[in-house]
Design a protein around this ligand. Structure first.
Ligand code: BG6
Length: 451
């Protein structure tokens, strides 16, 4: 990719930013219940002001998501909700008007809540057809506005027994883990994702479809071969398994043994295997926040991360939520991914969650600037070393509701939003110091001046 085409951008998701608005026809989605307040940062009503402010950064791309329950409120409705369709059309048109390339995720940790109740969410194969109905609707409607699409955000979450999986119907509603059902639900998502690729390649050849993975650097704690093997095991399960299915088109060999050991017997038809093989993605997208250090002797998770925790890495600092901060890990994973898959890579999330404070109407966040500067620096080194990275979209453009905590106080944005977890605040936006830093940085990289 030419330097001038590189997609410097920012990222958000629908359910973490939009909020509900009376009369918008939106159904509840499975993640709406996770947020501590219902209006979120009200991107739904303020998208115009927000996008114009973000455009002033000089960004070339904006990674967002469509909320399925805005388009099909119950998931199995026969006709779409025009209000929801028109809303995203306005957002996407404004992006184009501002010279911004939208990158759209079809499912960012949500599905219509009704489907999780009536069908058990993704555990039911019937959701595949419903997801395709929704996808066809948005592909058809936004075909002239969107080129880059992502299927499921951080699909590899389902490999663990954590987090928001009950909400997606990947885990049982009582949160009790059932690996058999969890991996079958994940398989249904793989099939849905492959059918999205098939649809795009057949009907919309201008589209580029990517998978989206939460990707980690995984290190052995010591050079003890037992630690090395443990790191390799975790790497296979967390990083490579889902990526292999969607990029190489088949389940990797080591999953057979894993499923046997866990007593899991997946129902996969020969037609589905063929579908997966014939419909692999055009590019790879990842979120990168942290690295994971593992020990064969001690599997207690002392540190956290957005997907899994691990043992303490004495060479790294940690953020307030006990996630390691590891810029070099980003360079490591970019090489690792590119070597294995040889596909263009788009970074669609990377950023620092922190408690920010307003002082005299300003937000000074040198910690975030340092995080971003160091991570971007390592990405640029990886690119100079030959890795084909096509975009960097930091998380997040504006403050929004954190996925793991449901709290707005864990802030990632370049733009501060006056809101607390009790729902109090004016929703006023304030550019943080990191906003001006990124603006300046993009200008240096691209030579484009902002007005
Ligand atoms: C990723 C998700 O896991 O990390 C985002 O795709 C999420 O939705 C981000 O917000 C940061 O995680 P958290 O839990 O701190 O919000």
């Amino acid at each position: 990719m030419k330097k001038k085409d590189f997609m410097w951008g920012v990222s958000i998701s629908a359910h973490q930013s939009e909020g509900f608005a009376p009369g918008d026809g939106k159904g509840r989605n499975s993640s709406d219940f996770a947020s501590k307040n219902t209006r979120s940062v009200d991107f739904y009503n303020r998208y115009e002001e927000d996008l114009r402010r973000l455009a002033k950064l000089g960004i070339r791309s904006f990674r967002m998501s469509v909320d399925w329950s805005r388009i099909y409120p119950n998931g199995d409705d026969l006709t779409p909700n025009e209000t929801g369709l028109a809303y995203y059309e306005r957002v996407l048109k404004l992006c184009r008007e501002l010279g911004i390339e939208p990158i759209v995720t079809l499912s960012h940790f949500e599905m219509p809540y009704r489907l999780t109740q009536s069908r058990g969410g993704w555990r039911d194969a019937g959701c595949i057809d419903l997801f395709l109905r929704y996808t066809e609707t948005v592909f058809q409607r936004y075909q002239g506005l969107v080129k880059y699409w992502l299927t499921f955000n951080e699909i590899n979450f389902a490999v663990t027994d954590k987090s928001n999986l009950p909400a997606l119907g990947i885990q049982n509603p009582d949160g009790k883990d059932d690996p058999q059902k969890r991996f079958q639900a994940l398989h249904h998502q793989f099939v849905a994702a492959a059918r999205v690729v098939e649809l795009a390649h057949r009907k919309y050849p201008a589209f580029e479809i990517g998978c989206m993975l939460s990707y980690f650097a995984i290190y052995p704690k010591t050079c003890d071969p037992a630690d090395i093997l443990e790191a390799q095991r975790k790497q296979g399960l967390l990083n490579h398994f889902c990526a292999d299915v969607m990029i190489r088109g088949h389940y990797p060999y080591f999953m057979d043994a894993y499923f046997r050991q866990q007593g899991i017997r997946l129902q996969i038809t020969p037609q589905e295997r063929q579908l997966l093989a014939e419909n692999t993605v055009d590019f790879v997208s990842i979120s990168y926040y942290t690295s994971n250090t593992v020990s064969a002797r001690d599997r207690t998770e002392v540190c956290s991360g957005n997907l899994v925790g691990g043992v303490i890495n004495p060479y790294l600092q940690r953020n307030d939520w006990n996630w390691h901060i590891d810029p070099q890990g980003l360079r490591f994973v970019l090489h690792e991914l590119y070597e294995r898959y040889e596909k263009p890579i788009m970074i669609v999330e990377n950023g620092l969650g922190a408690i920010d404070r307003v002082e005299d109407g300003k937000v000074h966040d040198p910690y975030r600037i340092q995080y971003l500067r160091e991570h971007i620096g390592q990405m640029l080194l990886a690119m100079a070393e030959g890795v084909d990275v096509i975009g960097y979209n930091l998380w997040s453009g504006i403050d929004l509701v954190s996925a793991s905590t449901g709290s707005v106080e864990k802030r990632y944005g370049l733009v501060y939003v006056d809101l607390d977890d009790g729902g109090n605040g004016t929703l006023e936006r304030i550019e943080k110091d990191s906003y001006y830093w990124y603006q300046q940085f993009i200008q240096e990289q691209t030579g484009r001046r902002q007005v």
